[in-house]
Design a protein around this ligand. Structure first.
Ligand SMILES: [Zn+2]
Length: 377
């Protein structure tokens, strides 16, 4: 079992060590942050865009945040005498802590329910950093299954805890990988945002999911129905397991896009069983390895966990899934969101989903079968 140890940093932020199964007891010395830190800033501002009906976080205070620091000043490497980092321990496995420069929070609360032009309020919510490894270099794909399993445990734990905070409407674990995606720290890490509203993308996916769920009288989620259709068709399947399958979606928007879906309709990562989490560690690593096997250099990506919003109208039809996307369209070419996509939200994809799926099948990792078939391997 993953072992959790919770503590507070010098400015009061929460930090939780998630140590791998079988790791030694944590030294009490790693619980005390000896730095002197200024008090935490008040939340930024949340403004309502009456034209689109969407909230915008105005977080000008984040301009001073750390940007691509040299390796010896990395804020998420373990602490050394020369680099008193955010993590006051000489070593760790996985650690989650509140972002020092959050877009949302640290205060939580309820935002105005009937906003109009001119409505603004504190940017309530929470932003956490998830460090996947004490090692400054490398990537998630290289973590190994035990460590990946610990990260999944951390995601599930934080999903449950953040969902219980006052006013939180959606919990979003994600990873931006690669400077091309705008990463400001090279150390392998992800983030978790807890929003006080349902994000625009979740609202549009949630509306489609609700319609389908209601039309089927609550018998089937939209994601289950699409998964079934993709498995029957087969041309876009990337891998199939006992509990999870991955495919390039029929109408993929990005040059590289894969959806990883649990076969059982669960709202979020916290609802996955132990067996499902075990398989997820395996198939997620396999997918990331395949993304990196497509080209001679690592592929930048955004790994986005779509969890059911906490909104009572949207939650019953929600079905957890991962959307793994990359703007890479050739070894040396990236797709930029320009006029049609950025201004109109109308995507034009220069690759066919079927050819991308074929390439992702062709680069299956050969050291290990993608999915253990039949009896345990
Ligand atoms: Zn580092």
């Amino acid at each position: 079992m993953t072992r959790l140890t919770s503590t507070r940093l010098a400015d009061g932020r929460e930090l939780i060590y998630f140590d791998d199964a079988g790791s030694p007891e944590r030294d009490p010395g790693s619980l005390t942050d000896h730095r002197e830190l200024p008090p935490r800033a008040d939340p930024g501002e949340l403004r309502y865009d009456a034209l689109s009906g969407e909230w915008v976080a105005v977080a000008a205070h984040r301009q001073g945040r750390t940007h691509l620091p040299p390796a010896d000043q990395c804020p998420i490497c373990p602490t050394t005498p020369a680099n008193p980092s955010e993590i006051p321990a000489p070593d760790y496995d996985v650690v989650v802590f509140e972002n020092r420069f959050p877009s949302l929070g640290p205060a939580v609360g309820t935002i105005p329910g009937t906003p109009a032009w001119g409505t603004a309020g504190p940017a309530y919510g929470r932003c956490e950093v998830v460090s996947f490894t004490p090692s400054h270099t490398g990537s998630f794909a290289e973590l190994g299954e035990t460590r990946a399993r610990t990260v999944i445990e951390a995601w599930a734990h934080r999903t449950e805890a953040l969902s219980a905070l006052p006013g939180i409407q959606q919990v979003f674990p994600f990873e931006n990988r690669g400077a091309d995606i705008g990463v400001t720290l090279h150390h392998p890490h992800g983030q978790i945002y807890a929003y006080p509203y349902v994000t625009p993308r979740a609202a549009s996916l949630g509306a489609a999911a609700s319609r389908h769920f209601d039309n089927s009288k609550g018998r089937e989620s939209l994601t289950s129905s699409i998964l079934k259709a993709e498995r029957q068709d087969g041309s876009r399947m990337v891998l199939e397991g006992e509990h999870f399958s991955a495919y390039v979606p029929f109408a993929a928007r990005w040059p590289l896009e894969v959806h990883l879906v649990p076969h059982r309709q669960v709202p979020d990562l916290a609802a996955l069983s132990g067996e499902e989490r075990d398989e997820l560690a395996h198939v997620y690593l396999e997918l990331l390895k395949r993304m990196d096997a497509l080209y001679p250099t690592p592929t930048p990506y955004i790994s986005a966990w779509h969890q059911a919003p906490l909104d009572a109208a949207l939650r019953p039809s929600g079905h957890l899934h991962l959307q793994l996307t990359s703007p890479r369209r050739a070894a040396d070419k990236l797709k930029y969101l320009a006029g049609s996509e950025a201004a109109m939200g109308a995507f034009i994809n220069d690759t066919t989903p079927e050819s991308v799926a074929e390439r992702l099948r062709a680069v299956a990792s050969h050291s290990q079968r993608a999915i253990p078939e039949g009896a345990p391997a």
